[in-house]
Design a protein around this ligand. Structure first.
Ligand SMILES: *[C@@H]1O[C@H](CO)[C@@H](O)[C@H](O)[C@H]1NC(C)=O
Ligand SMILES: *[C@@H]1O[C@H](CO)[C@@H](O)[C@H](O)[C@H]1NC(C)=O
Length: 415
């Protein structure tokens, strides 16, 4: 049997049905070529279309093409029934009908059509431009290859041939271990200076011509109430800030200006346990990443307030093998209840001069002499000893190695 339904075949079915079911009073039209037969079947009548659908479903469910051109169709409700009967239909001719709205196509969108004729329907006039017409049709028939006889550009589909697992969601991203170590060292050094109370030491972290800005979210409607007042005057939230002069002014430029600006921001203490790093770009000449986390303010009006932050650093390689910041964008917002609850749960190492009471007396002695010899404070000396199972010699070797690599943060020596 032929897969493409010609009119004559459909016609014969309909004539049969016509004589078996309908009275002579029903006029028949079935395409222009057949009007000479003096029999008109109006497919726009509900039971006629229902019957055609039924005939096709029972006799030729494998039909691939159907010509319904010139049948005064003004709706496609009944044709929609054909989707179940003949799911393999690929070509459909609906031209020269009375379809007024693209919504009619919605009803038959489950056909996986590759070719469709719609020309000379009133709905075609509803579009100001041809591409809008094409996209409205394609929205319903993403597999369409030809519309009104014209080839369409290849469709963009998101058909996934077989079930594909999406990659698991990760907490933070480093492309490799080397970059992880580099960034972690950078963050540790940067934050320890940043939190030290004097941010002058950050001068060397910035490139001569680097840029820096701070932004607080739009939602902070009332900055006084949201405790972010201290950041408002410097906030360069370009979604809110439309004035180009102000935009320019709030972008801190050159490392001297940046460090002077950072020095004016409230003193802070970051919670290293909250840190989450995402690397977005890494090239031999550039490394860009975002540091997310929380800090608390350690002085001033909002002392003790916990803030959440995201800090986007764009860096280039520094001469000493580390990273040199060329752009630093700091977003500060109020921390959520959950972020506040989790902040500083595990205490961050803070310089302390009192011996930790849980140590055994010989450990306390070892700690004091290690601190004396290394110059590190008790907190860091204890950390180093603990990491080396209280083996004094081993700890001293590790210390010397790290010291020669300059990878011990300055805060370790603060007493
Ligand atoms: C489809 O029907 C229209 C109108 O009756 C006719 O002009 C056209 O030739 C038909 N196409 C085919 C392939 O039969
Ligand atoms: C669809 O119908 C139109 C108008 O009747 C006709 O010009 C065109 O050739 C038909 N296309 C096919 C593929 O039958």
């Amino acid at each position: 049997m032929q897969k493409v339904l010609g009119l004559s075949f459909l016609f014969s079915c309909l004539v049969l049905l016509f004589f078996s079911r309908y009275s002579n009073r029903v006029p028949l039209i079935l395409g222009s070529g057949l009007q000479t037969n003096d029999i008109d079947l109006v497919l726009n009548r509900k039971n006629c279309m229902e019957t055609v659908v039924k005939i096709i479903g029972e006799n030729i469910p494998s039909i691939q093409a159907l010509n319904l051109s010139n049948n005064r169709l003004f709706q496609l409700n009944d044709l929609a029934e054909l989707v179940k009967q003949a799911p393999g239909l690929k070509q459909l001719n609906l031209s020269k009908n009375e379809l007024k709205s693209e919504r009619e196509l919605e009803k038959i969108k489950d056909f996986r059509l590759e070719e469709l004729w719609l020309q000379e329907n009133p709905m075609c006039e509803n579009f100001h431009a041809h591409n809008l017409y094409v996209s409205a049709v394609r929205q319903r028939f993403p597999r369409l290859i030809r519309l009104d006889g014209l080839e369409l550009p290849p469709p963009i589909t998101f058909d996934v041939p077989s079930p594909t697992m999406l990659p698991a969601v990760k907490d933070g991203y480093f492309p490799n271990e080397e970059i992880r170590a580099l960034i972690q060292r950078f963050i540790q050094q940067y934050i320890s200076v940043y939190d030290s109370g004097d941010r002058q030491g950050l001068l060397n972290a910035y490139h001569e011509n680097s840029c820096c800005s701070i932004s607080i979210p739009n939602s902070a409607q009332n900055p006084v109430k949201s405790n972010l007042a201290e950041y408002v005057k410097d906030s360069r939230n370009i979604k809110k800030l439309k004035d180009p002069v102000m935009r320019q002014k709030l972008l801190k430029h050159s490392r001297l200006c940046i460090v002077a600006f950072l020095n004016e921001l409230p003193n802070t203490l970051h919670d290293p346990n909250s840190f989450l790093v995402d690397v977005h770009t890494h090239m031999p000449t550039m490394l860009s990443f975002t540091l997310n986390g929380v800090f608390k303010e350690t002085e001033g009006k909002y002392q003790g307030s916990i803030r959440a932050f995201s800090r986007v650093f764009i860096t280039v390689p520094a001469e000493n093998g580390g990273l040199c910041i060329v752009n630093d964008k700091l977003f500060v917002r109020m921390a959520s209840g959950e972020e506040i609850r989790r902040a500083f749960v595990t205490p961050a190492p803070t310089p302390s001069s009192s011996p930790v009471p849980t140590l055994l007396p010989p450990q306390q002695d070892m700690l004091h002499s290690f601190s004396l010899q290394s110059g590190m404070n008790l907190e860091w000396s204890q950390k180093c000893l603990q990491d080396n199972d209280w083996d004094f010699i081993k700890a001293a070797q590790v210390f010397q190695k790290l010291q020669s690599q300059r990878s011990i943060p300055p805060e370790a020596f603060k007493k």
